[in-house]
Write a protein that binds this ligand. Structure first.
Ligand code: CA
Ligand code: CA
Ligand code: CA
Ligand code: CA
Length: 283
């Protein structure tokens, strides 16, 4: 769903089994009216089977674009983007452009793409619901206006036996439980809907043990060097660990100065005996 024509009312775009995308505009009365299939170069877009539309401003030029996933059999690629050559409220599309990873097109059997900054480094990442029910995260190694992708991690592991999560899962993120981090909601081929709560450290409430206030409740901005105080672990083992927003350990902290200049800018988690806190590393 998105406000396709910028009239303040949420519209619906369907990705269809036979490869078309149909636009349903919301009327003033709140109902949806069929506004026809979405076109490119003046003709209805017909992708391969099991098409999936994700409306986003891919290149951040202020005009919504159409990111597409499709079934990949016999296709040169199955994730591509139509850049908007019209206006934000009246999109016009020409040829599509393949989305690349490591310079290659995606050729998976089926996939559902979503553009979202999951690691909160200011650059939107590519999330792919995949055949075998897995959900992949391709962190953006390009820029936010010209996204680029290389490797991936599985947010949900493949399930080749039961395909329980769908093939592929249709992925959305929202803070379902209201704890400040984004949870994952997927729906599947068979009509089920799944909630996966976010259990990475970014979701841990930044409460302090014993009511201590030795770590900031809000994120601390760090540039180059992180000064970590042994006092934060007073009476306990003075040991700290820095993890990235996905929970991967990136640095063991020593009391005093810690060089974080080589870390990519973004949100990191500090854990120690005194509690858990967020920092933001900037250049
Ligand atoms: Ca609308
Ligand atoms: Ca755009
Ligand atoms: Ca990102
Ligand atoms: Ca949450």
């Amino acid at each position: 769903m998105c406000d396709w024509n910028n009239d303040g009312r949420l519209d619906l775009i369907t990705g269809e089994r036979n490869g078309y995308f149909t636009l349903f505009l919301r009327t003033e009365a709140g109902t949806l009216t069929n506004a026809g299939r979405i076109q490119a170069n003046g003709a209805e877009i017909k992708t391969n089977n099991n098409s999936w539309p994700h409306v986003c401003d891919w290149n951040r030029d202020g005009r919504k674009d159409l990111l597409v996933g499709q079934e990949g059999i016999g296709q040169p690629c199955n994730v591509f983007v139509y850049l908007n050559e019209g206006t934000d409220s009246l999109p016009v599309f020409g040829d599509s452009t393949p989305v690349l990873h490591d310079g290659r097109t995606f050729n998976d059997y089926r996939c559902v793409p979503l553009l979202e900054d999951l690691d909160r480094d200011g650059k939107r990442d590519l999330v792919l619901g995949e055949w075998y029910s897995s959900v992949r995260l391709y962190a953006n190694v390009g820029t936010d206006t010209n996204p680029g992708f290389a490797g991936y991690i599985n947010l949900v592991e493949p399930d080749p036996d039961s395909f329980l999560n769908g093939n592929p899962p249709r992925v959305n993120f929202t803070d379902w439980d209201g704890d400040g981090d984004r949870d994952m909601i997927t729906c599947d081929y068979y009509g089920s809907v799944f909630l996966r709560r976010n259990i990475t450290p970014i979701g841990i409430a930044e409460t302090m043990y014993d009511g201590r206030t030795t770590m900031n409740v809000g994120p601390t901005i760090v540039r180059g060097v992180l000064f970590w105080s042994e006092a934060q672990g007073e009476g306990r083992e003075a040991k700290g660990v820095l993890s990235d927003a996905l929970g991967r350990r990136v640095l063991d902290l020593v009391p005093g100065a810690n060089d974080v200049s080589r870390l990519a800018p973004g949100v990191y988690i500090v854990r120690s005996a005194a509690g858990v806190g967020k920092i933001i590393v900037t250049r």
